[in-house]
Design a protein around this ligand. Structure first.
Ligand code: FES
Length: 107
């Protein structure tokens, strides 16, 4: 069972067991991780699931598609190299140990 760690702006770590095939957003919401809202339910239309993926994991992720690309530009918190919509990142066994930072503010 892959683990995902969410680090909040306050520096609090939430390390949770994820299910392969679920999104990083759905995993966060299910475990009550603060700061990941997922308002649109994972349809890539709200950007309230923005996270900063730690550098060492970025190359293991799927490419960003155009819709996600556009929404990331509208996210409230700054866009960084590791910015992703967590609803568009699928948890896999290969991503076990994934660490993402949660921005201080979501739309
Ligand atoms: Fe709305 Fe990800 S949950 S864009």
């Amino acid at each position: 069972m892959p683990k995902v760690t969410y680090v909040t702006d306050a520096g609090v770590d939430y390390s949770v067991d994820a299910t392969s095939g679920d999104s990083v957003m759905a995993t966060a919401v299910r475990h009550g991780v603060p700061g990941i809202i997922g308002e649109c339910g994972g349809n890539a239309s709200c950007a309230t699931c923005h996270v900063w993926v730690r550098e060492e994991f970025v190359s293991g992720l799927d490419e960003i598609e155009e819709l996600e690309e556009d929404l990331l530009d509208m996210a409230v918190s700054e866009r960084r190299d590791g910015s992703r919509l967590s609803c568009q990142v699928e948890v896999t066994d290969d991503l076990d140990g994934l660490v993402v930072d949660v921005p201080p503010t979501q739309p």
